[in-house]
Design a protein around this ligand. Structure first.
Ligand code: HEC
Length: 162
């Protein structure tokens, strides 16, 4: 290939890289850039009902009840409970380096909105023998909002994980 062609090609590659317009060249590139507010709004709107109607601000407030035991960022540490990034579409009880109860390890299902709704209403009756000591969220709207918040914040991808 001759030189001008190479220059044009590399120019094209740079132009297409720049299209996302996220981050700057000196910052370490995360595996997946954190979604912007607009992307979060789009994700919310694309969630299956009733989660598309959720109030993310309320979801964030409700999540305050979980924060003492769970991180939700990608690669975040396990605490009393496991890190929850990527939990939707993942089998229960499989986060590496976390020591689950037999109840969760043997649950054998994949987390989705409906399972999380039952779990959060009352973890102990949903999975007898769990070591998640959490009384539950009695209010259905609070559960809807925190589940939508978690979907938006933990890398849920509707297209990739139907
Ligand atoms: C007092 C600590 C504590 C609180 C508060 C708590 N959790 Fe947990 N959570 C745990 C523990 C411990 C486990 C592991 C349960 C087991 O192995 O039996 C767990 C497990 C989970 C799991 C299963 C994860 C997996 O990998 O299968 C989900 C989902 C979850 N919690 C969500 C929540 C949400 C959402 C809230 C807030 C509404 C919450 N938890 C509040 C301690 C807590």
């Amino acid at each position: 290939m001759n030189r001008p062609a190479l220059i044009i090609l590399s120019g094209l590659a740079l132009a297409s890289c720049g299209q996302k317009g996220e981050g700057d060249a000196t910052a370490p590139a995360p595996d997946r850039p954190a979604p912007t507010a607009a992307e979060k709004a789009a994700l919310l709107a694309a969630l299956p009902a009733p989660y598309d109607q959720a109030d993310l601000d309320n979801g964030r407030r409700v999540f305050a009840r979980c924060r003492s035991c769970h991180t939700i960022t990608e690669g975040g540490p396990n605490m009393t409970g496991p890190n929850l990034f990527g939990v939707f579409g993942r089998q229960a009880g499989v986060h590496p380096d976390y020591n689950y109860s037999a109840a969760v390890k043997q649950a054998g299902f994949i987390w989705d909105g409906e399972r999380l709704d039952h779990w959060l209403e009352n973890p102990r009756t949903f999975l007898k023998g769990t070591k998640m000591s959490f009384a539950g969220i009695p209010d259905a709207t609070d559960r809807r909002d925190v589940i939508a918040f978690l979907k938006v914040e933990t890398g849920y991808a509707p297209a990739a994980r139907p």
